[in-house]
Design a binder for this molecule. Structure first.
Ligand SMILES: [Fe+2]
Ligand SMILES: [Fe+2]
Length: 290
């Protein structure tokens, strides 16, 4: 009798399913999709412009070490992480096209992030991976706050909100993968601290220039009322960004690990809400899990 070879684990088997979403964004969606505010919408457009090139950098820096990953579970997690990020990039590219059709000038943000990444791509491979683990720490913190805040009302227009909730859920599902691969590659605390400085020095200015450009071209810069309201929406009490920034220094702790922060209940809640029996995103999900 021939023994059947066990099936290779996939992302979906280890809780990181690349879901084939196909968002159909409504034409009715207003131009100022974030709280009807130009400043805050520029921030959202900036994040969306940065995601496709950024996530491509994450995927490359992790998969460069694929040969070190022999554990079948971690292999499947890397495959799930890769699949999820590729689909995020695709859907954000489509969203960026919608922003562009509506007049947002995303060329400068795109150039800014690509220039910043061109600098990071010149770093030693393990340093690139440490930068990825840091930025994944950022996205995981942002994802957690997005699910809590936007999931309970929030400010993003309902037509667009579910795209952000889906992305946030998957960022939490794969939050530990790049760090686990960094552990295999020889995680050094000095490189993690250097990653903080490098990302701050390289991606920080790119973000600042791109944000100012969007504020200028979207006419927010000379509307003090809009700026103040937008700043309150982004940085006010109980909002996501201050909590994310407060959580960033955890990355340099000796005992840092993304899973030290337990988000499993939050993930399960949103898996059910978005993709459970009555999941609100089931109709936008292609019947295929990679
Ligand atoms: Fe992502
Ligand atoms: Fe990610």
């Amino acid at each position: 009798m021939t023994q059947q070879k066990p099936r290779r684990l996939r992302g979906a088997d280890v809780g990181i399913p690349p879901r084939q979403l196909d968002f159909r964004l409504s034409d009715e969606m207003p131009r100022w999709v974030y709280g009807d505010n130009r400043t805050a919408t520029c921030y959202l457009a900036l994040l969306s412009a940065f995601f496709p090139p950024g996530e491509d950098f994450f995927v490359k820096s992790v998969n460069r070490y694929a040969n070190l990953v022999t554990d079948p579970k971690l292999r499947a997690e890397v495959a799930g992480f890769t699949g999820q990020e590729v689909i995020h990039s695709r859907e954000h590219e489509r969203l960026n096209e919608v922003f562009t059709e509506r007049g947002f000038k995303l060329g400068v943000p795109d150039l800014a992030i690509r220039t910043a990444l061109a600098v990071l791509y010149r770093l030693p491979h393990r340093q690139q991976l440490a930068c990825t683990a840091l930025m994944e720490h950022f996205t995981a913190l942002l994802a957690e706050e997005t699910l809590i805040y936007e999931g309970n009302g929030g400010d993003i227009h309902p037509d667009l909100k579910e795209l952000w909730l889906w992305h946030a859920l998957e960022e939490l599902e794969h939050k530990a993968v790049s760090y686990e691969v960094l552990e295999l590659a020889g995680n050094r605390r000095s490189e993690r601290i250097l990653a903080e400085l490098l990302v701050l020095a390289v991606v920080g200015p790119a973000g600042a220039v791109a944000f100012l450009w969007l504020l200028l071209t979207e006419g927010a810069l000379f509307r003090p009322g809009d700026l103040v309201r937008g700043a309150r929406m982004l940085l006010g009490r109980g909002k996501a960004l201050p909590k994310v920034l407060m959580g960033m220094p955890r990355f340099r702790r000796r005992d840092f690990h993304p899973n030290r922060r337990n988000t499993t209940a939050l993930e399960q809640e949103w898996r059910d809400k978005l993709f459970g029996t009555d999941g609100t995103l089931n109709d936008q999900l292609r019947r295929r899990l990679a």
